[in-house]
Ligand binder design. Structure first.
Ligand code: MN
Length: 202
């Protein structure tokens, strides 16, 4: 039993012009595949084999670099593909929309907080929107392939939205213009999927 690279539910070019096809292809078929293969190699023959990725990350021994980096990479990208869609963008409604207004004051204020977390993460990492027990939302960021499920990251709760700000996620199209990539990401966020994850995580 090993982890499998999840299939994309849309074509590589489906998120253009916000995210270009070549970046999507390399990101999924090379980077995510690499994390998946290396995670499988790292847990093979250990007592982590057969556990869920969530269980592995929640109970992570952070000194285990291979599982930390590749388990994080496997989980983070699996989430990332799901929370984007060619039919994405706009603003969330319903329970999630209310929770965003309650936590941040308005959707625009949330967008500013999330974009700021993504823009100011120094070097490689991720920006997150997380739901805490009880439903409260928080924005945070983690370096490298760390994520809020891992112990002691300074982020907590269940991530329901994540943005990859590694250069491999945007450099072909945006070069050093990370803020433009962050802005474009908001055009493809699949708020229906984020809403489902909010309902499950709260
Ligand atoms: Mn990535």
């Amino acid at each position: 039993m090993s982890f499998e690279l999840p299939k994309l539910k849309y074509a590589f070019d489906a998120l253009e012009p916000n995210i270009d096809a070549r970046t999507m292809e390399i990101h999924h078929d090379k980077h995510h595949a690499g994390y998946t293969n290396k995670l499988n190699a790292a847990i093979s023959g250990t007592d982590l084999e057969g556990k869920t990725i969530e269980n592995i990350l929640i109970n992570l021994d952070k000194s285990n670099g291979a599982v930390r980096n590749n388990g994080g990479g496997y989980y983070n990208h699996s989430l990332f593909w799901e929370i984007m869609s060619p039919n994405g963008g706009g603003t969330p409604s319903g329970e999630l929309g209310d929770a965003i207004n309650s936590a941040f004051g308005s959707f625009d204020a949330f967008k500013e907080a999330f974009s700021n977390a993504a823009a100011t993460q120094f070097g490689s990492g991720w920006a997150w929107l997380c739901v805490q027990e009880g439903g409260k939302l928080e924005v945070c960021a983690t370096p490298n392939q760390d994520n809020p499920l891992m112990p002691g990251t300074g982020c907590g709760g269940t991530p329901i939205l994540g943005l990859d700000v590694w250069e491999h996620a945007y450099y072909l199209n945006y070069q050093n213009r990370r803020p433009d990539y962050i802005g474009a990401f908001f055009n493809v966020i699949n708020w229906d999927e984020v809403s489902i994850r909010y309902a499950q995580g709260k």
